[in-house]
Design a protein around this ligand. Structure first.
Ligand code: SAH
Length: 462
């Protein structure tokens, strides 16, 4: 078989990768095609050929899969945000659940895991769920100032002021800002020449409180924003607006935010709740982007932790202490560990504003702090919760956890692959998986969150 670049062929999509690309075989040769779903019969052109596989671009759908839906967003294909809007939400749920099951079976060697898996906790409505947006500002093809999102793998801006997964109020905010920039001829930032002023528009919305923040990220000084008071008066008239800020970022960098923020109007943060816990969120704070499903996830972590009020709990990779404070409602004491000092400053502040004094936070690497504290105090926790970044836990930390032998370990993860790898280590000796919950926090993307309850099976010596 001879396939060539740019060749046009017909293909039936038979599988779906973890990144949401369709996979079909042409005379046995695997080809990956973005924007397709299992069951589609498609015409593609070959874009890239490797020795054992290749990539194609969707040209036409000859027979649509029964699982296919018309993506409601007109720029879903170009935009780098939603990867699988063309798949019905029912099928997205199955895809995510199956992906977690596959990883735990194949990487974790847990053949019977599906018996332990709860049905997926999906969103009631998979639209307008995000509380944070960062829109790059630039020029469209006609030279008009615009804002939107980057296309996949590039920094080409796909104009879009009405993103279907963002808070609805963003449309008004963007229109006010874009009109202001156009009227005053304020230039957007151009990353090639490192000139121009406005780089990004950041918004955050408190879903429970209704509080709204707008932050303009600029490559320069506030004074360069001419007639700023007109902009402030229009933005501040939006119901719920509490915070208008600028953030200065004059570096040649892909990082969106610089370190310096200045409040132009209102307060420097918004407040929001997850459950009964109140959080203050500044432009630079990390905060979960889907607060409704975060509550579902943390409630699961709390349930799996099985707390009665008497327990000593470690919350590792604690970020701004969101899980720690959630657990502290029902624990004797929670110890949180996080590597980013600013996140711990937020965590301590959030503990204080909620009047919680049964939490202690440490700045440092979990794999260093935990063994050091265990060696110093000899105190064994009843429960350890971990919520690591995608790369999972250091193996040395997992071994320390096994040695400390808490009754339960709750593993929260955004990457089922590394979760499965780490659970395999924990279950080699002392632990077993009792329950698994998959929570969809990110509809139309390929990501989901997983919460695993591991129970201690052997008492033995510690
Ligand atoms: N549990 C938090 C955040 C989890 S994200 C929440 O739900 O909001 C993972 C966190 O782990 C990030 O905040 C990251 O800064 C932190 N981190 C990364 N490596 C770490 C390490 N080795 N030790 C401790 N924290 C680490």
């Amino acid at each position: 078989m001879e396939l060539k670049k740019n060749q046009e062929i017909l293909l039936t999509i038979e599988d779906f990768t973890k990144d949401g690309e369709g996979l079909g075989k042409y005379q046995g040769f695997p080809l990956f095609v973005k924007d397709t779903v299992i069951g589609d019969r498609v015409k593609i052109s070959i874009t890239k050929l490797k020795k054992n596989y290749g990539y194609g671009r969707l040209l036409a759908i000859l027979e649509p899969s029964p699982d296919r839906v018309e993506a409601p967003c007109p720029v879903a294909r170009q935009c780098g945000g939603c990867k699988i809007q063309q798949l019905s939400y029912e099928q997205q749920k199955k895809f995510k659940w199956r992906q977690v099951s596959n990883c735990l079976q194949r990487i974790g060697s847990f053949p019977d895991i599906e018996k332990k898996m709860e049905p997926i906790y999906a969103m009631d409505s998979p639209w307008h769920y995000r509380n944070k947006a960062q829109y790059p500002v630039g020029l469209d093809k006609k030279g008009q100032i615009t804002a939107g999102f980057y296309a996949g793998h590039t920094h080409t801006i796909i104009p879009n002021t009405d993103c279907l997964i963002q808070a609805k109020v963003n449309k008004d905010i963007l229109e006010i800002i874009l009109n202001y920039l156009r009227k005053n001829n304020i230039q957007p930032y151009d990353e090639k020449t490192h000139t121009g002023l406005v780089r990004h528009i950041l918004t955050r919305v408190g879903f429970v409180t209704g509080e709204i923040m707008v932050c303009l990220v600029i490559n320069g000084k506030k004074e360069q924003l001419k007639h700023i008071s007109a902009l402030i008066s229009r933005l501040s008239a939006i119901p719920g607006m509490t915070s208008i800020l600028i953030n200065t970022n004059t570096d040649r960098t892909n990082r969106i935010l610089g370190s310096a923020c200045r409040t132009l109007w209102g307060k420097p943060y918004i407040e929001d709740y997850i459950g009964d816990i109140r959080y203050q969120i500044g432009p630079l704070s990390f905060f979960q982007v889907n607060p409704v499903q975060t509550k579902v996830l943390y409630s699961k972590a709390l349930e799996y932790a099985g707390l009665t009020g008497e327990e000593i709990v470690w919350d590792l990779y604690c970020g701004i202490g969101t899980i720690s404070l959630f657990l502290a409602q029902r624990a004797k004491h929670v110890y949180g560990v996080e590597i980013v000092p600013d996140a711990i400053a937020d965590a301590r502040n959030n503990a204080a504003i909620n009047g919680m004094d049964n939490v202690t936070f440490y700045v440092g690497k979990a794999e260093e702090i935990v063994p050091a504290e265990y060696a110093r105090t000899g105190i064994r926790p009843d429960v350890i919760v971990v919520d690591p970044p995608r790369k999972g836990c250091e193996a040395s930390l997992l071994h320390t956890m096994i040695t400390m032998a808490p009754r339960r370990i709750v593993y929260v993860s955004c990457d089922p692959g590394t979760l499965a790898r780490d659970c395999l280590i924990l279950c080699q000796d002392r632990y077993t998986i009792d329950k698994v919950a998959v929570v969809d926090q990110f509809a139309h993307s390929c990501h989901c969150e997983v919460c695993v309850k591991l129970g201690r099976i052997k008492e033995g010596e510690y």
